[in-house]
Design a protein. Structure first.
Length: 353
């Protein structure tokens, strides 16, 4: 079978009549690389193994083993193949049905060489234009996303510096989260599949914004060298809602998994598994998994690092406090996972002071 070429546009011609294949190849061979198949099944095999997909497919309607309609239906279920334009090779009484099935155009039998050339050329030009637009949009989206990522990361660092931290808290919580996620995904936990569906790398990136709402907390409360009184603590608790509102203001312009994770983490990382957390008192699995992860790593880091209001706890004592919160403050399975990799957490903490 011919190999799909890469230097000139490729046209895949599918027809069970050898004479039709020969005629179409003769008409198009001066401008395109032509490959052929005798039925839909054979054509799909070519497409599945192609290094470079054809720019267009000329597809007969009535063929043995798999007809043109059946092949097009299969293509519609494949993200790569469904974007290839299909021109049906039809008889005059099947043109309406062919277009209704999803073809971009049709060529009637018997073939008129100039009509074949023009219809193929027009559809390939449209495909090239569409591909060019998609590429431009993708590049612009990537540029905007990169700018947004940098802005949000800078905002997270500003919060840490304002909070008299070196900025290492952000890095450590991200490293802890990655270690915990990797451990869970390597286990037989039912969380493993859920984490894969949530795009774990994006969760880790989103962790940096967990305290972005502290930008709205007054310095006299944020930097108080001691325990907050009840009124001050109520104000401090609002950083979760402030953070959610900041992220949602961005979400109205850019709805991405990254920002959705940021919102969930900002809003819910102080919820407790027993429902006694804030701001909404969510319980158990109603708390987003990403926030349940950050709840653990944030507390662990707060315990093992000194703050303006307390000295650092020994690592063993921090793990005991985490263990005591199993099923009350923290997700039981995630708590067990942290205990299992406590040496990894300790090493991360020591290397990122």
């Amino acid at each position: 079978m011919d190999k799909i070429g890469t230097k000139i546009p490729t046209v895949l011609v599918v027809d069970d009549v050898e004479m039709n294949l020969l005629i179409l190849e003769e008409i198009l061979k001066d401008s395109y690389h032509i490959i052929t198949a005798e039925n839909g099944k054979e054509a799909l095999e070519i497409l599945y193994h192609a290094e470079v997909l054809p720019k267009i497919i000329l597809l007969d309607v009535f063929m043995p083993e798999m007809n043109g309609y059946e092949m097009l239906n299969v293509m519609k279920t494949n993200d790569s193949l469904k974007r290839i334009p299909v021109i049906f090779i039809t008889t005059s009484d099947s043109e309406s049905e062919a277009l209704s099935a999803g073809a971009v155009d049709f060529i009637s039998k018997p073939f008129q060489p100039e009509i074949v050339k023009l219809r193929v050329m027009n559809q390939i030009e449209l495909k090239n234009y569409s591909d060019s637009l998609e590429e431009m949009v993708a590049e612009k989206a990537a540029e905007i996303t990169s700018t947004l990522d940098n802005m949000l990361q800078a905002m997270a660092n500003i919060i840490e510096y304002r909070n008299l931290e070196s900025g290492s808290h952000v890095k450590r919580t991200q490293f802890f989260s990655k270690a915990l996620i990797d451990h869970v995904m390597g286990s037989l936990s039912p969380y493993a599949d859920e984490l894969r569906s949530l795009e774990p790398d994006i969760i880790v990136k989103s962790v940096a914004l967990h305290d972005v709402g502290k930008i709205g907390i007054p310095d006299k409360i944020l930097l108080k060298p001691g325990k907050l009184d009840p009124e001050e603590f109520e104000i401090m608790k609002t950083h979760t809602t402030i953070g959610k509102n900041i992220i949602e203001s961005i979400l109205t312009h850019s709805d991405t998994p990254y920002l959705k994770h940021c919102r969930d983490i900002c809003y819910c990382h102080h919820e407790r598994f027993d429902g006694k957390g804030y701001p909404r008192g969510l319980k158990g699995y109603d708390i987003p998994l990403s926030a349940r992860i950050v709840s653990l790593v944030d507390v662990y880091d707060a315990l093992v690092c000194s703050r303006v209001y307390k000295a650092a706890f020994p690592y063993s004592e921090a793990i005991k406090i985490i263990s005591d919160g199993r099923g009350t403050q923290f997700d039981p399975f995630l708590t067990d996972a942290v205990i299992e990799i406590q040496d990894v957490f300790k090493e991360i903490s020591l290397q990122n002071q």
